[in-house]
Write a protein that binds this ligand. Structure first.
Ligand code: NAD
Length: 357
C-alpha cells in the first residue's frame, strides 16, 4: 500500500494518527488508530483478529476508532476515540510477552491512547498490558478496576429502550410489552433480567441452546429458532448479538415498533437502512448511544472507579435518547444521523472552549 493511500484514508474521516507496531521477537503486529482527541484521550479496546490482509485491518481499526469518538462524545464523556487491532489468530499468537510488548507501544503514546479489552482480548490480557503501561482500563475489580462492563451496558440499553417506548407508546413502562432479544450473552442475559423484573413478555434466540433453556425455565421466556427472531410480532426487538443485521432482508421481516439493542453497528448501511426503518414506521434507538454503558463504566475506571456513578451516568442515556428521537422527528432525519450530528456538535463546541489558553 502506498503512503498516499494511507494519508487519503486518514483524511477521509479526519483521523489524527495511526501507529504501526511491529516486533519480530513476539510476532506482534498491531495498529493503533487515534481518530479524535478534542474531548480527551482516545479510549478504545484492543481487538485480536485474523485479518485477510493489512488493508482490511487498517479499514477496521479506522472505522472502529471513529465509532468510539461518537460514542464518547454523545455520552458526555471527556474522551476521544481510538481503537487498536492486533493481527493474527488469537488462539495461536496470544502470549504474555506479546500483550506486554503491545503495552509498551501503548505506553509510548504517553496517555494519548488508553486501551481496554475487546473481541478476543480479556481482563487477563489487560493485566499483562498493565505491567507495561498505566494507560489501560477494563481491569478486574480486585485490581481496582470496574470488572465486567456488561451489566452497565445492559442497564444503558434498558434506559434507551424505555425512552423509546415512551416516545412510541406514550409510556415507558415495559410491563406486558412483548420483547424479542437476539443473543443472550453477557449483555443480553443482564438485559433479560431487567425486562423480566418489569413484567415484559420475552422471546429469545441464540445459537447457544444451553443459555436458552436456562432463561426459558427461570424467566419463562419463549424460545424461537435462530433467524425466526426477526419475524416475531413484538413491540420491541433488541439485537444483542451481531452487527449489520438491519439489512434489506431482515428489515423486510420485522414486525416490531421499536428496535433497541446492544449490538454494535446494527445498520448494515446507515443512510440506506436508517431511512428504511422510518418508512416501515419503526423507531430505531441508535446503537452507539444506548450501548455506551460499557464505555461509561471504563471511563469511571480512568477517573477513579465508582460503580454507582457508572450506573447514574448510564441512566442519562434515557434523556439523550428522548432528545435524539425528538430531533429526528423535528428535522426529518433518521435517528442514527441525529445522534451523529449531536456527537459532532459537542466536539465542535468543546473545541471552541479549548481554543484559548
Ligand atoms: P457475548 O459474546 O457475550 O454474547 C453474544 C451472544 O450472541 C452469544 O450468546 C452468542 O451465542 C449469540 N449469537 C451469536 N451469533 C448469533 C446469531 N446469529 N443469532 C443469535 N445469537 C447469536 O457478547 P456481549 O458482550 O453480550 O455483546 C453483545 C453485543 O453487544 C456485541 O455486538 C457487542 O459488540 C455489543 N456490545 C457489548 C458491550 C459489553 O459491555 N459487553 C458493550 C457495547 C456493545
Amino acid at each position: 500500500m502506498e503512503n498516499q493511500e494511507i494519508f487519503s484514508m486518514l483524511a477521509t474521516y479526519d483521523h489524527e494518527q495511526i501507529v504501526f507496531c511491529n516486533d519480530n521477537a513476539t510476532g506482534l503486529k498491531a495498529i493503533i488508530a487515534i481518530h479524535n482527541t478534542v474531548l480527551g484521550p482516545g479510549l478504545g479496546g484492543t481487538r485480536i483478529w485474523n485479518y485477510k490482509n493489512d488493508a482490511e485491518a487498517i479499514n477496521d481499526v479506522m472505522r472502529l476508532s471513529r465509532g468510539m469518538t461518537y460514542k464518547a462524545a454523545i455520552s458526555g464523556l471527556n474522551l476521544g476515540g481510538a481503537k487498536a487491532v492486533i493481527i493474527g489468530d488469537a488462539t495461536k499468537i496470544k502470549t504474555e510477552a506479546l500483550m506486554r510488548k503491545f503495552g509498551r507501544f501503548v505506553e509510548n503514546l504517553n496517555g494519548k491512547y488508553i486501551t481496554a479489552e475487546d473481541v478476543n482480548t480479556t481482563t487477563r490480557d489487560m493485566e499483562y498490558v498493565q505491567m507495561e503501561t498505566s494507560h489501560v482500563v477494563g481491569l478486574p475489580e480486585s485490581m481496582g478496576g470496574g470488572g465486567d462492563p456488561s451489566p452497565v451496558t445492559a442497564y444503558g440499553v434498558y434506559m434507551g429502550m424505555k425512552a423509546s417506548a415512551k416516545n412510541v407508546f406514550g409510556t415507558d413502562s415495559l410491563a406486558g410489552k412483548k420483547i424479542a432479544v437476539q443473543g443472550i450473552g453477557k449483555v443480553g442475559g443482564h438485559l433479560l433480567e431487567f425486562l423480566h423484573k418489569e413484567g415484559a413478555e420475552l422471546v429469545i434466540a441464540d445459537i447457544n441452546e444451553n443459555v436458552l433453556s436456562h432463561y426459558a425455565s427461570t424467566l419463562g421466556a419463549k424460545v424461537v429458532a435462530g433467524n425466526d427472531i426477526y419475524s416475531q410480532a413484538v413491540d420491541i426487538f433488541a439485537p444483542c448479538a451481531l452487527g449489520a443485521i438491519l439489512n434489506d432482508a431482515n428489515i423486510a421481516q420485522l414486525k416490531c415498533a421499536v428496535i433497541a439493542g446492544a449490538a454494535n453497528n446494527q445498520l448494515a448501511e446507515e443512510d440506506v437502512h436508517g431511512p428504511l426503518l422510518i418508512q416501515k414506521g419503526i423507531t430505531y434507538a441508535p446503537d452507539f448511544l444506548i450501548n455506551a454503558g460499557g464505555l461509561i463504566n471504563v471511563y469511571q475506571e480512568h477517573i477513579g472507579y465508582n460503580r454507582e456513578t457508572a450506573y447514574r451516568k448510564a441512566e442519562h442515556i434515557y434523556d439523550v435518547t428522548l432528545e435524539i428521537l425528538k430531533v429526528s422527528a423535528d428535522e426529518k432525519i433518521h435517528t442514527q444521523k441525529a445522534a451523529t450530528n449531536l456527537a459532532e456538535k459537542r466536539i465542535q463546541d468543546i473545541a471552541k472552549v479549548r481554543a484559548t489558553y
